[in-house]
Design a protein around this ligand. Structure first.
Ligand SMILES: O=C(O)c1cc(=O)[nH]c(=O)n1[C@@H]1O[C@H](COP(=O)(O)O)[C@@H](O)[C@H]1O
Length: 238
């Protein structure tokens, strides 16, 4: 669970330009939440924007979901570490050698290394979408199997839906971090997400970090939307 930051929320800065992302970040407090830079923002704004967010005091989750040959993924996570990010992710379906190579690449950095997280089954994926891509076991079994592989190969945790959090804490232990997108406060539109959970239920299920994009960034008052989510979480705790 979050330590130096008071809430488990990671705000997904899914914007198509650096100015919009920095304007959103300026409304956020790095003592209260973390931020995520994903494929859209990184493609357009690159490492400079990531460095700016790190310099502004944010724990940055660089969400580029690497999936490539072991040598390339190892080099990519090493490059991410040089940016000073707090968390980086790879697709667990890239396999054991790929994940082990990524973990080995970060190991020499010791305490300073970013958390290395494996994506299991995307939260936008529904059960019936697995068979057409050749996955014939039930979705929950696939998530647990990929998480166990990630743990075995030195990763710190996985991205999953909070719907699987209880199962994964039982399978992989309390110390294995669960990063859960697909978070939707009551009344928010699901959009393209399929396995959604409310912030409070996600934490009850065992999520360590809640990745939240559109319910905050798409709100009329994003700072107020975040505050409401944090208040719900605090009420639950207190
Ligand atoms: O790795 C991720 O962050 C991720 C994995 C996943 O399974 N599902 C998922 O939605 N994400 C990311 O989490 C964010 C969710 O955004 P919203 O659906 O707008 O809350 C997006 O930036 C996604 O790219």
């Amino acid at each position: 669970m979050a330590d130096s930051v008071s809430s488990p929320v990671i705000v997904a800065l899914d914007y198509d330009n650096a100015e919009a992302a920095l304007a959103m970040a300026a409304q956020l407090d790095p003592a209260v939440c973390r931020v995520k830079v994903g494929k859209e923002l990184f493609t357009i704004a690159g490492p400079d924007l990531v460095r700016k967010l790190v310099e502004a005091g944010f724990d940055v989750f660089l969400d580029l979901k690497f999936h490539d040959i072991p040598n390339t993924v190892a080099a990519a996570v090493r490059a991410a570490a040089r940016l000073g990010v707090w968390m980086v992710n790879v697709h667990a379906s890239g396999g054991e050698r790929m994940m082990a190579a990524a973990a080995e690449a970060l190991a020499p950095l010791g305490e300073k290394r970013p958390l290395l997280i494996g994506v299991t089954v995307l939260t936008s994926t529904a059960e019936e979408e697995l068979a057409p891509v050749g996955v014939t076991r039930p979705l929950k079994e696939q998530v647990v199997a990929l998480a166990e592989l990630a743990k075995k190969n030195g990763l710190d945790g996985v991205v999953c839906s909070a719907q699987e959090a209880k199962l994964l804490k039982a399978a992989c232990g309390a110390e294995f971090s669960l990063v859960t997108p697909g978070i939707r406060p009551v009344g928010s539109a699901a959009g393209d997400q399929r396995r959604i959970v409310t912030p409070v239920d996600a934490l009850r299920n065992g999520s360590d970090y809640l990745v939240i994009g559109r319910p905050i960034t798409g709100a009329e008052d994003p700072a107020a939307a975040l505050q409401a989510i944090v208040a719900d979480i605090d009420n639950m705790a207190g």
